[in-house]
Design a protein. Structure first.
Length: 291
């Protein structure tokens, strides 16, 4: 059943990380209920599953992610005639308080650049801090998507499902020129490699670098040494590469660059999503003294 479910997710153009997470959540849900009798899944069982997750320490955010995955899985069961109605629709969704995006102060940004140089990931970190690209967008970036003459990057496959362009500043330009000297003959800006111990930096294959390298290996040292990230609870959203996206957005807002430009650069559908960075970037307002 899960193999067929995986095939249906694949044709929906899910990102690899999202597809993997949906499958993991569906498998875990099935194992908790009864994998042999999916037709017996009821709203009460679904709600009991969420209670079970909470009792075992899952955060409200994690439970909400599971709810989304289970809903998609139950839609699949309905489409295949194994369920008459999607039970998740009858379980109220828990509203979450909006999390404040975690961003790095200027002194920690300089620390990140230092660690990146030591770890051999200067190009990856410079791209993240100067464009706000998501991890998966960086991973998929091809040389064909970079126009150094027009100084812009085309992000073809984004979370919002719409392509966008992001400008290249001087710092990133220098970094990309160096990266092109090393890997310009390969398809991807950050190509893959054998990945064996001792030669992680020998990227020679014309394919994307592995997801595990991006999600675990590459950012580990930064998470260990940067106070803002080190002090965050494990599993907290924005502790990895996404913290550099938040940092980029906050620095753009602080520079008082047009909010609609930032919205387009980040690939947000709604300007309301972008506005939270404006609130974070606000400085002391002398008008408060008028009270």
């Amino acid at each position: 059943m899960l193999c067929l479910y995986q095939e249906t997710l694949s044709v929906r153009n899910y990102q690899p990380a999202s597809l993997k997470k949906n499958l993991q959540h569906a498998r875990r849900f099935l194992e908790w209920t009864d994998p042999n009798n999916p037709s017996e899944i009821t709203p009460a069982k679904v709600e009991d599953y969420f209670i079970h997750l909470q009792a075992n320490g899952s955060s409200p955010k994690t439970i909400k992610n599971h709810r989304s995955s289970v809903k998609v899985f139950c839609d699949f069961l309905c489409n295949r005639g194994m369920l008459k109605d999607n039970p998740v629709r009858h379980v109220p969704s828990r509203e979450l308080p909006e999390e404040v995006p975690v961003f790095l102060p200027d002194n920690e940004v300089q620390q990140v650049y230092r660690i990146a140089a030591e770890q051999g990931i200067t190009a990856e970190v410079t791209l993240a801090l100067n464009t706000g690209l998501r991890m998966e967008e960086m991973r998929r970036l091809k040389w064909a998507d970079i126009d150094l003459e027009q100084r812009q990057i085309l992000v073809r496959k984004s979370k919002g499902k719409r392509p966008r362009t992001v400008p290249i500043n001087e710092r990133l330009m220098k970094c990309l020129l160096m990266q092109r000297e090393l890997y310009g003959h390969l398809v991807y800006v950050f190509p893959g490699g054998t990945g064996k111990r001792g030669n992680r930096n020998k990227w020679t294959l014309p394919r994307m670098r592995g997801l595990d390298w991006w999600a675990r290996t590459a950012f580990k040292k930064i998470q260990e040494e940067i106070p803002t990230l080190r002090d965050m609870p494990k599993g907290r959203t924005g502790r990895g590469w996404h913290s550099l996206r938040h940092t980029f957005a906050t620095r753009v807002a602080r520079a008082q660059i047009d909010i609609f430009k930032l919205k387009d650069w980040l690939g947000h559908k709604k300007v309301e999503t972008t506005l939270r960075y404006v609130h974070l970037a606000r400085q002391y307002d002398a008008d408060i003294e008028l009270i």
